[in-house]
Design a protein around this ligand. Sequence first.
Ligand code: PBG
Ligand code: ZN
Length: 325
Amino acid sequence: MQKGQRNKGELGRLLDSVGLNKKQLVCPLFVKDHAKEGCKIASMPDVSVVPLEETTTQILELINLGISSIIVFGVPSERDSVGSNASDQNGIVQKTVRKLKMEFGDALNIITDVCLCHYNLSGHCGLLGRQNELIDNDSTVRALCEVAVTHAQAGADVVSPSSMMDGQVSSIRTSLDEHGYDNIKILSVSAKHFSSLYSPFRSLAFSEQIRDYKSLDKSSYQVPYTNRGESVREIENDIREGADMVIVKPAILYLDVISMIKEQLRFPIAAQNVSGEYAMIKSAAANNWINEEEWKVTSICAMKRAGADIIISYFCKDIAAILNC
Ligand code: PBG
Ligand code: ZN
């Protein structure tokens, strides 16, 4: 250790001092049928897509570290034009949730990502309209409702719609209630800002089937990064529609939005520390340009300080390992 660098005990105490605890951490889990051993990409070191059978080992590792919440992203073997795999009772997310609920019960809080971009041929978060160009909001919302209900049937505790369609939260709430799942919570990705920081995620989850995943332009439905008022309006709208908690992503660039929501609306808020934020720290640290330990603690501290109640991050395991409670 270089002079002037803090050790893990000291860094852990800094995280404790902002009020962070392990229960507030959510770890992403990517699952794929028949994922080959070590399904990895260079931009996301230490993150892999795991086969269903390996999820048990992954969860045991998290639980041993004191992490009890995960968000499941499915990587299906096949895509089709309408993403029908997303609402298949035997889809990868549904199978994963059923298995993990049977094995871990209430010891594990399972959040599922509800979107179509992993399952359709375009990689867009919605279904294409007749013209095959624009996203059709209403047919997408109907499909998302089916997805959410199948996740609830499989045993998910929380569903997290991430496609940024209008009205998705109220429609999903109604569908869940109609199917008797009024106890299932909605963690809405309310302010997903248009960003190039999602690329490493897409290379991990999309690249096998969607070749131009890097140039996917989702600007017509994601929030622009220039106008905080619009981010706040998206969030207020989802709260009105019945969201139990809202997500702002990326995290580090949007701390102003997080603190504004926390102070003005006093509503539960989650920061999603996205793949590009992870990749930037990892790659710079790998070159010895920045100190990885210090930087990840600084950035997670900043999210907590801004007011995040929950933090979804690829750094969860590292952070849990140094937190005291
Ligand atoms: C899509 C989705 C994305 C992420 C999570 N869900 C990317 C996108 O909008 O294409 C990104 C998460 C990350 O980068 O870690 N619904
Ligand atoms: Zn999506």
